[in-house]
Ligand binder design. Structure first.
Ligand code: FRU
Length: 496
């Protein structure tokens, strides 16, 4: 039975979405039906379609009591909204249905596993005490019933001393033998992040197995939105830590994302870490979740925002938050590589290509412009003995606005800068990262979709993601070189 709270959300979202013109949202990135969106949830392939749920507050463009929004797609690029899937309408989730995941049950139904939140009033003058437990809802791909036995995991299922206030974001999956596993973010007694690992026969009754991975005070504090999966002979842990301290150009302050690559010890049921690095080096990226597609690809989608940069938004918009492009993952030389899903290539048209454009100073190229484009740029020194000092491309460019990517071979530093991308707030607008030094040669692919740019460097070895909230007429590309450069540029329009 649909609750009054869910019915109200479903009624509201159908009315509110009509007030948002289709072209006011991204063309092929999922944005909320109305109001607010954060983390991707329940990313799954079910009954012949991809399902993506998300943290959702339909009534405002600010975070509120969390619901789950819902959309489906055949190709992960064209999304159709379905009615909101979950509302905070039962005792264990009355203050929010936080992030989680989806698994298919043997009888063909789908189970959503999510965190239920209850805010308990504190003593006068004290903060409320947030109690987080894991809950389930079972449904048919559109309507879901909360499991009457909720919560299915509580503070009775966590190791001694661990936090019951930070116990959230279950990522569950089905093993080939039909049993289930999940990882859940938690805080250890020392306050730093840990991942708890559970097993189950039926996805409803869970057994604590181990602390899969521990922070040891290295990456921020609480680890949010974990994922754990096999890939290319390794095991990968994805985490979104809060309160990160910066480390060189690798990790930056605030909410970050980390990929840990290693192996899984079946005996101790622990993750053995080998390498770590940031998942994305741009500004707006958080809480990624992956899926295994029917044809065996591991595909990741993240929230294309970050809690630390929420102040940058379109002033009058009645939606907020987008997902990233779905990105195909692979491991090469101990790193997680990301590449736009190949389905995107079917949206390409109007090919324009330049090869070996030699320039110094500033130039534009006829036909290279647009805000829904797939552009690949390769640069190399125009004079090998005298390598250029700096290269930059401005895009989303007009008299007033531009967003910039620049590269300095000295130190091999790549920088994204959206200071001139319409922001009226004094928050972080730039990020730098180190890229491998190939003597001044660099290739990067940029995907623009109205309000965002995603940059895939050197075949996906690194990515930089940022939103940009300027009017669509700001669509120029302008190239700058301090020194001699030879450049190839290839552009496709992306037609939805
Ligand atoms: C991460 C997060 C999750 C939580 C959700 C609440 O962005 O803080 O840990 O489940 O957002 O909306």
């Amino acid at each position: 039975m649909t609750s009054q709270i869910l019915r109200e959300a479903r009624r509201y979202e159908t009315i509110a979405e009509q007030a948002i013109p289709a072209n006011a949202k991204p063309a092929f990135h999922l944005a909320p039906r109305a109001g607010w969106m954060n983390d991707p949830n329940g990313f799954s392939y079910y009954k012949g379609q991809y399902h993506l749920f998300y943290q959702y507050y339909p009534y405002s463009t600010k975070w509120g009591v969390m619901h789950w929004g819902h959309a489906v797609s055949d190709d992960l690029l064209h999304w159709k909204h379905l009615p909101a899937a979950l509302a905070p309408d039962t005792l264990p989730d009355r203050d929010g249905c936080f992030s989680g995941s989806a698994v298919e049950l043997p009888d063909g139904r789908q189970l959503l596993m999510y965190t239920g939140v209850v805010e308990q009033p504190g003593m006068p003058g004290e903060q409320t005490d947030s109690i987080q437990t894991q809950c389930a809802a079972i449904g048919d791909g559109e309507d879901y019933e909360k499991y009457p036995g909720n919560p299915i995991l509580t503070d009775a299922d966590i190791p001694e001393g661990s936090s019951k206030n930070d116990f959230r974001d279950p990522k569950a999956w089905r093993e080939p033998d039909g049993t289930y596993r999940c990882v859940i973010g938690n805080r250890a007694a020392d306050g730093s992040g840990q991942l708890l690992y559970y097993s189950s026969e039926d996805a409803l009754h869970w057994k604590f197995e181990s602390v899969l991975a521990e922070n040891h005070d290295r990456f921020g504090s609480m680890w949010e939105c974990p994922d754990f999966f096999p890939l290319d002979g390794k095991r990968v842990v994805l985490i979104s830590p809060q309160d990160m301290l910066p480390e060189g150009f690798e990790y930056h302050n605030g909410n970050g994302t980390v990929a840990l690559i290693g192996s899984f010890d079946e005996q101790t049921k622990t993750f053995q870490e080998e390498t770590d690095h940031a998942i994305d080096y741009g500004i707006d990226f958080y809480a990624p979740q992956t899926i295994l597609t029917p044809d065996g690809r591991r595909v990741m989608i993240g929230w294309m925002q970050n809690w630390d940069t929420l102040a940058i938004k379109m002033p009058k918009s009645s939606w907020y938050g987008q997902m990233t492009l779905p990105r195909e993952l692979s491991i090469q030389s101990g790193r997680l590589y990301q590449w736009p899903i190949r389905e995107l290539e079917q949206m390409r048209s109007n090919h324009v290509a330049y090869q070996g454009v030699r320039f110094e100073g500033e130039t534009t190229l006829s036909g290279i412009r647009g805000r829904k484009v797939d552009v690949t740029i390769t640069i190399r020194p125009g004079d090998r003995k005298n390598v250029y000092k700096k290269f930059a491309v401005w895009f989303g460019e007009s008299d007033k606005y531009h967003t910039a990517i620049s590269y300095r071979p000295y130190g091999s530093v790549l920088k994204i800068d959206r200071k001139f991308s319409g922001s009226r707030r004094a928050v972080i607008h730039q990020r730098r990262c180190l890229v491998p030094d190939h003597g001044g040669e660099l290739t990067f692919r940029m995907i623009l979709d109205r309000y965002s740019v995603e940059i895939f460097v050197n075949g996906g070895e690194q990515t930089l993601t940022a939103t940009m909230f300027t009017e669509q007429e700001s669509d120029g590309f302008r190239f700058f070189a301090d020194g001699k450069i030879s450049m190839d540029v290839e552009k496709y329009d992306l037609i939805d």
